[in-house]
Write a protein that binds this ligand. Structure first.
Ligand SMILES: C[S@@+](CC[C@H](N)C(=O)[O-])C[C@H]1O[C@@H](n2cnc3c(N)ncnc32)[C@H](O)[C@@H]1O
Length: 335
């Protein structure tokens, strides 16, 4: 026996209702740029589930990918019948409690958020000119934004619920002070032509002494105004978990509301596409009960994006609960 075995975080299957192996395998294939589905396969060894990675040597890039994955727990090299532990080096610039401490209805699971962010960033085709800028145009209380910071990127958001932006700001203030991380944070009113447009959050944080300062900003406001709010600024990636057409903590709403989630995406996709740099990628998760992949793909194409719909990109569908079947859609902005 040769190759490597990847043990997934025990919580992963709770997030994905038993589908974690398949989802993380698809994530890993996209991050490695591997066409061959045989490269990553679920296996069971002595009653424990692993992902078998058919690579005998882990070069620097592959090790970096394994450390970045959304649900990697441990890696072993297979030596005959024995498993030798291999250090898993995470690129994380902040502790994971930056995303695990906040708990609220409607929060996107943090492992899934990391998967969505990883898959989208791996689909960006422009050369890396240093750090990536990630926009979540429906950012809630910031799970994607904090994930982008953890992965070493800059983050920007828009959220229509002012209370969510205020709650995220309050959390960051307490968290960064408690962790004694060097930072400046401000929340200020936004006014244009004498009219109040809401508020904006600005954060500059330096997680390691002497390291790079990372920036985060969030506007309260409608996502369809995202381009107006951010002006000329362009992003490498747009990553968002779209509204599911349900009210959290309440009964599922009628099909009418589901259709309105689809209508919102129809209006917003063109705005977000305009905010991407050429070669940038959009990745969104959505509830397929309100909108089919075919329709979403047509909307993205109309917005000037090229949907990625081969191999592992079609392997992310999973059940969340009786009213939500979640899937991942990725598209690229070509020249
Ligand atoms: C599925 S939640 C995202 C949650 C977020 N990822 C988190 O973990 O906090 C969708 C978010 O979209 C926001 N939203 C819905 N319609 C919007 C709009 N038109 N403009 C901006 N945000 C909107 C909702 O308020 C909600 O916070």
């Amino acid at each position: 026996m040769s190759g490597h075995l990847l043990l997934l975080s025990p919580s992963a299957n709770r997030v994905y209702a038993g589908a974690a192996d398949a989802l993380v395998a698809a994530e890993l294939r996209i991050l490695l740029g591997a066409e061959d589905p045989g490269l990553v396969q679920p296996v069971e060894v002595a009653g424990v589930d692993y992902l078998a990675v058919a690579l005998d040597d882990l070069d620097e890039r592959t090790s970096d990918v394994l450390g970045r994955l959304s649900a990697a727990f441990a890696v072993y090299r297979r030596e005959g019948e024995l498993l030798r532990p291999v250090p898993l080096v995470r690129p994380d610039r902040f502790d994971d409690d930056l995303v695990t401490i906040p708990k609220y209805p409607g929060k996107t699971n943090e492992q899934f958020t990391r998967l969505l962010t990883n898959v989208t960033l791996a689909s960006v085709v422009r050369p890396a000119d240093g750090v990536r800028a990630v926009l979540d145009p429906m950012c809630g209380r910031g799970t994607t934004l904090s994930t982008a910071l953890i992965l070493g990127h800059d983050a920007a958001g828009v959220e229509s619920d002012l209370k969510a932006v205020e709650a995220y700001t309050a959390f960051l203030k307490t968290y960064l002070r408690r962790k004694r991380l060097k930072h400046t944070i401000d929340m200020t009113p936004v006014r244009r032509e004498g009219k109040s447009l809401g508020r904006r959050l600005d954060l500059a944080v330096t997680p390691d002494a002497g390291g790079r300062t990372q920036n985060l900003s969030v506007f309260s406001g409608d996502t369809r105004q995202s381009a107006a709010l951010y002006g000329k600024r362009r992003f490498d990636a747009v990553v968002t978990d779209a509204p599911y057409g349900i009210v959290h903590g309440s009964q599922p709403l009628s099909g009418k509301r589901d259709r309105s989630a689809a209508a919102l995406l129809g209006e917003a996709l063109g705005v977000w596409a305009g905010q991407l740099k050429v070669g940038g990628a959009l990745g969104l998760s959505w509830n397929t009960y309100g909108l089919t992949r075919e329709r979403l793909s047509a909307l993205a194409t109309e917005a000037g994006l090229r949907p990625l719909e081969s191999g592992p990109y079609l392997e992310f569908g999973h059940r969340v609960d009786a009213s939500i079947h979640r899937d991942v859609f990725v598209a690229v902005k070509d020249a």
